[in-house]
Design a protein around this ligand. Structure first.
Ligand SMILES: Cc1cc2nc3c(=O)[nH]c(=O)nc-3n(C[C@H](O)[C@H](O)[C@H](O)COP(=O)(O)OP(=O)(O)OC[C@H]3O[C@@H](n4cnc5c(N)ncnc54)[C@H](O)[C@@H]3O)c2cc1C
Length: 408
């Protein structure tokens, strides 16, 4: 029996589409299936988030030729200021400290609206004859054997393939069906997301204020705009979200401060429940989990999508290299290599983001004092600061070719 495609991807979110574009761009016949309508997914009202794209993730976009479609709508992050509520001590990351004494002008990362990323991915996907998008259609189940895999859709149709990638998000139906267990919990926090316009330019400075309910992040967007990720207690968030415009603006200003002059919310308010999830395995027979199907972390460090992008860079390299050697891309040793490559990075970031969230949401005075001295101490240690910056930029460790900006 012939395959309908070499790779079938369940889920056309940012991670699923990125994997599709990377693999189809290297000649692999690929099908992406998403239960939502692409017209809705690329519309303005679909996802209010912006993503902090680490410099290493920008290199992945470079490697698959997608960056030119994003660059014009991406704002560079040149500095990050981290401050604890009411404390004079702070931590300041500056891109100029990455390579002191040189004229290097590499930013720490970029802020890009998710809708910009989504549209760039869908547009690029439409240019590859080897890539087909089945949407809106839902994946119902999959069966795998030594000889191949069959994906069954909710409408009764079936697709034969070598490998299935589950990019079907946090509640991944394919992960559950494969019996892969998870470690997970919900934070008693909600992420409120909105955009503000301000009087003065942000000059590429991202700010993270740690407030008792959680971090309040101000992320520079193009123009005199910033994206707000306001972490609030889950029981209080619905009341804030339901406030009339003027009262919501007043609550926001009380947290934002006046360092950028007059501030006004523009555009809708969005909310996202926050959770941590780690799948115990990232692979099963002819199945690889990517992005939030494999791991979900707190948005405190803006790294969730970046870990997914690194999953894609690793899996795409393994698949394409195997195919060039004439191997079966669903072979267990290849999938095990993918899991080994990706697990430590995702676990480390889950632990770091969870630890930071707990540490900074703690109002016990000695804990607050200790963490403020910790911030100030890191601030005075340039080599440690540089290492932390490079880690957040995703430019350390055993990086796949795409994450070094090279093509597959
Ligand atoms: C408030 C907030 C701020 C964030 N900020 C950042 C940031 O600054 N930087 C960063 O790196 N990350 C950030 N993140 C994380 C990032 O947004 C996510 O990691 C990322 O969007 C996950 O993408 P995904 O493609 O893995 O999953 P999803 O976006 O959940 O996509 C899954 C897709 O699968 C489809 N699907 C599900 N089941 C089926 C099925 N049975 N059949 C067919 N299709 C199916 C769904 O329709 C969906 O399109 C943030 C997260 C939050 C909550």
């Amino acid at each position: 029996m012939t395959d309908d495609a070499e790779l079938v991807i369940a889920g056309g979110g940012l991670n699923g589409m990125l994997l599709a574009v990377a693999c189809a761009g290297a000649g692999l016949s690929t099908i992406v299936i998403d239960r939502q309508d692409p017209a809705a997914m690329t519309g303005d009202r679909f996802d209010g988030r912006t993503s902090a794209i680490a410099y290493g993730s920008r290199l992945v976009f470079d490697g698959i030729g997608l960056w030119p479609a994003i660059e014009g709508e991406a704002e560079s992050i040149r500095e990050i200021r981290v401050a604890d509520d009411g404390s004079p001590l702070f931590l300041h990351y500056d891109h100029r400290e990455l390579a002191p004494g040189t004229t290097t002008n590499i930013p720490l990362g970029y802020i890009v609206e998710n809708r910009v990323l989504r549209r760039a991915l869908f547009d690029q996907a439409a240019t590859f004859p080897s890539l087909r998008l089945f949407a809106p259609r839902a994946v119902a189940s999959m069966d795998a054997s030594e000889g191949g895999a069959t994906v069954s859709l909710a409408d009764g149709s079936r697709l034969r393939t070598r490998l299935v990638a589950a990019a079907d998000g946090q509640n991944s139906p394919l992960r559950r069906a494969a019996g892969i267990r998870t470690v997970e919990w919900r934070y008693s926090q909600t992420g409120i997301v909105t955009t503000v316009a301000h009087q003065r330019p942000h000059r590429g400075v991202a700010v993270e204020h740690f407030l008792p309910a959680g971090p309040f992040a101000i992320l520079p967007m193009t123009g005199n705009r910033s994206s707000i990720v306001w972490t609030e207690q889950a029981d209080l968030a619905p009341r804030l979200l339901a406030l009339p415009d003027a009262e919501f603006a007043a609550e926001l200003r009380a947290r934002f401060g006046d360092f950028l002059g007059e501030v006004a919310p523009v555009g809708p308010r969005w909310s996202y429940p926050l959770a941590l999830m780690q799948a115990e395995r990232y692979v099963a027979r002819r199945l690889a989990l990517v992005g939030e199907a494999a791991h979900v972390i707190h948005p405190i460090a803006g790294q969730g999508l970046n870990i997914g992008i690194r999953d894609i860079a690793a899996l795409a390299e393994i698949i394409i290299d195997a195919r060039r050697l004439g191997l079966d891309i669903g072979d267990p040793p290849l999938l095990e290599r993918y899991e080994r490559w990706r697990r430590a990075d995702a676990l480390l970031l889950a632990a770091v983001t969870d630890g930071l969230n707990r540490l900074f949401s703690n109002t016990i005075p000695p804990v607050k004092l200790a963490r403020d001295f910790g911030l100030a101490a890191v601030n005075r240690l340039p080599p440690l600061k540089r290492l932390l910056m490079q880690h957040a930029m995703g430019v350390l460790g055993d990086r796949p070719r795409l994450a070094r900006g090279q093509p597959l």
